[in-house]
Design a binder for this molecule. Structure first.
Ligand SMILES: Nc1ncnc2c1ncn2[C@@H]1O[C@H](COP(=O)(O)OP(=O)(O)OP(=O)(O)O)[C@@H](O)[C@H]1O
Length: 181
């Protein structure tokens, strides 16, 4: 049956980049999270995220529409429950690109979920990648880098840690994990 694969890691560690490549493969699908943050330049509603207002997000919590939800750098993020339940009935890998708080909530509800933590090669490279990405306001960028240190403390709770230095090597490492998991 479907396997839930959670990819976490500090902002800029490469989660989106890696998931985008992984989901090109057959039998790999990705959850679309709901968020109250604004879309980045290249992001379309319903593709990268479902972008909603704070009020709508709170209503969705009240209606039990999330498998997990968390606040990250001042914005809300949640994983829709229904598609996740559907995915577990299909013979696929279902990727969740979520933060450490959300990951642990899912692991509690779905203990068979595979938790992968993506690490940057080092702090300088992480900052450089976020600066080069050029998608965040200066304050958001500072907040994301501050959060990185805290998030790294959770890495030992994960089943696997992968250092995202060379992108191809990272993707191959994750493919290998999924075949053996
Ligand atoms: N292995 C790599 N080598 C060089 N650059 C990379 C690598 N992986 C990702 N990047 C680049 O680093 C930047 C951050 O990657 P990405 O947006 O995937 O991170 P993220 O973890 O999803 O961040 P966020 O949590 O903020 O969404 C992007 O510009 C991406 O192209």
């Amino acid at each position: 049956m479907g396997k839930i694969v959670i990819i976490s890691g500090p902002s800029g560690s490469g989660k989106t980049t890696v998931c985008k490549i992984l989901k090109q493969q057959a039998h790999v699908e990705e959850s679309i999270s709901v968020t109250t943050r604004s879309p980045r330049n290249n992001e379309k509603d319903g593709e990268s995220y479902h972008f909603v207002s704070k009020e709508k997000f709170m209503e969705m919590i009240k209606n039990g529409e999330f498998a997990e939800y968390a606040e990250y750098c001042g914005y809300n993020y949640g994983t829709p429950l229904k598609p996740l339940q559907e995915a577990t009935k299909k013979d696929i890998f279902y990727l969740l690109e979520i933060d450490v708080q959300g990951a642990l909530q899912i692991k509690e509800k779905f203990p068979e979920a595979i938790l992968i933590f993506l690490l940057p090669p080092n702090n300088v490279t992480l900052s450089q990648r976020l600066i080069n990405r050029n998608t965040d306001k200066a304050q958001d960028l500072v907040n994301r880098l501050k959060m990185a240190e805290k998030e790294l403390e959770y890495k030992d709770k994960y089943d696997y840690c992968v250092v995202n230095d060379d992108l191809d090597a990272t993707v191959n490492a994750i493919r290998n994990i999924l075949y053996i998991a």
